[in-house]
Every structure is written in C-alpha cells, then in structure tokens.
Design a protein around this ligand. Sequence first.
Ligand code: PBG
Length: 329
Amino acid sequence: MYPLKRNRRLRVNKSIRNLVKENNITSNDFLVPLFVVEGKGIKDEIPSIPNYFRHSLDTLEKEVVSLWGLGIKAVLLFVKVEDTLKDNFGKEAINPNGLMQRAIKTIKNKCPEILVMTDVALDPYSIYGHDGVVEKGQIMNDQTIEILAKMSISHANAGANFLAPSDMMDGRIKTIRKALERENYKDVGLMSYSAKYASSFYGPFRAALDSAPVNKKNIPKDKKTYQMDYANRLEAVREVETDINEGADIIMIKPGMAYLDIIRDVRNKFDIPIAAYQVSGEYAMIKAASEKGWLDQDKVMLETTMAFKRAGADIIASYFAKDIIKLIS
Ligand code: PBG
C-alpha cells in the first residue's frame, strides 16, 4: 500500500487523465428535442427554457440542417397545438396533415439521414392536458392506447424513424408494435419512456407547449395515476422489463439528474440501449444559476452530461446538446 500505491499518479497530468478516462461525450450521444409551431419565419425563444426556441417549419428545416452539420444523429419532435384543435380524444394527433406529420416530412425531405423521433402522447392535443382520454375524472387506459397506435401509424406514414410513447399507459408498446407490424413498418422503432416519473421538473416544458393538466373540477390536477411515484425504484425495473417484453427497441428514463440510480439499476439488469432525458426543469435550473453568476454553465453542463454516461445511459436527450457539441469540437 501507500507509498507504493499512489492513486494520484493517474491524475498527474492531462495526458494520463485522458488515457484512463472511463467515459467520453461525442455528438453520437445526443437526441435533440425540438419544439414546432404553426406559422412562418418563427423562431420564438421559450421564456421558461432560455436560449431554446419554438420553430415554424421553415426555421425548423434550417435548425435541423445545422444540427446535422454538427454531427447530431437524431431529433425528438414535440408540437404546440392550437387551442381550437384540442379535444378529449386527440383527433388532431392523427390528422395526416397535422403539424407533427408536416414537421416529419419537412425534416425527412431536407435531411433524410437524420433520425426523426416523435413524441407519442395525447397531452399537447388534450383539452385537459392529460396523456389519455379523460372520463369521469379517470384517465382511460385501453381507449387511449388504441388512439396512440393510430397516432403512431400516422407518424410512420409521414416518415418517422422512431416513435417515442411518453404517456405511461399500460400495454401501449405491444399495441403500437402490433399496429406497426400490421402496416408493414418493420423498421420503424420504438423508444419507450418506460420509467417516467410524475415530476415537477417538467414545468418549463409544459409552459412551452401549453400542455399542463388544466385546473377544472373532476379533472385530475396531476399525472400520478399514470406517471411513476418518485419514491419507487423497483417499480422502474418492472416497467422497463414489461416494455422490453412488449417490443421496445430503446427504453428511456426520465427525468435525468435526480434519477441516476434508476439508470444504473436498469443498466445493470438489461442489455437494451438506454436513453435518459435531462428535462426542461434541469436545464432551467442550470441556466438560472448561471445567469446569476452562481454556476459556470459550460462546466456544469458537461459535468451533468457525463453523469448520465457514468450512470449507464447510451443516449441523452438534452437541451444543451448543441452547446455541448460546439464546446467540445
Ligand atoms: C408529454 C411529455 C412531457 C415531457 C416530455 N413529453 C411532459 C409531461 O409528461 O407532462 C417533459 C419534457 C421536459 O420537461 O423537458 N407526455
């Protein structure tokens, strides 16, 4: 032992530190969330997600070209739906000419090689801000997954490469997978938000899309009957196992920073690719503290991103992706 064994020897200079580095960050690690709105020439900064934007289709096209140029391989699409198009059943979600469907086509036309992944959930389309159909104060599981399957086919028709169900209904992966097979979409993949917690870190995102549960009588004010209880760890393993058995190709854990233990549990247990989502509230915290001069944004963003890799994530959905690639290249 000491002094024969000195652990600091491997930290003496940058060369040796880099040689023994256990994890690295590259442009292959990221999934970039993109927010799409109707209109023309729009690149609207989202107040709750500073320096992040809602794009109309024309500026979205430019953004994706720039991301591809930086080496980003995949984007994850979310749409802001006009109030007049919202209902209880997500009718607009399966409109072949809806904003999501047009966004997919626009991107695949301009930049065919980038992977287009789409959020599959009813909340942006729901008058109640829920991920499922609401009846008598309940979120209806089986009715919802039939709609999600139609929505998935509609995204596949438009050219999506991967569908990302973020709703946490039971059985949706199996129902969607079967629908895709039936329609011969054998190579359209499923990235399932398998362990998605009922988290307060989604606040800035819901503000961006105006998709929060509404405050109305007989409407649940939170998503706790479908999203997971943050007290639970074993339940996440069960959820992931279920989705793998139902046909998920990639599983996601969300939020990120406060759930690194879950990523590691799943990494130790399964050999499937794991995505982790550093959600809007995590981004907002780092942004706000850096704006105040209390944290160094660049350093903290790299440190937290590396934490995801160390925990065992293969793919990181991050609002910092572009900033990180610019910084490290
Ligand atoms: C919708 C969805 C949410 C997020 C991704 N998809 C919000 C929610 O479940 O209420 C949150 C992403 C973020 O906060 O960055 N199903």
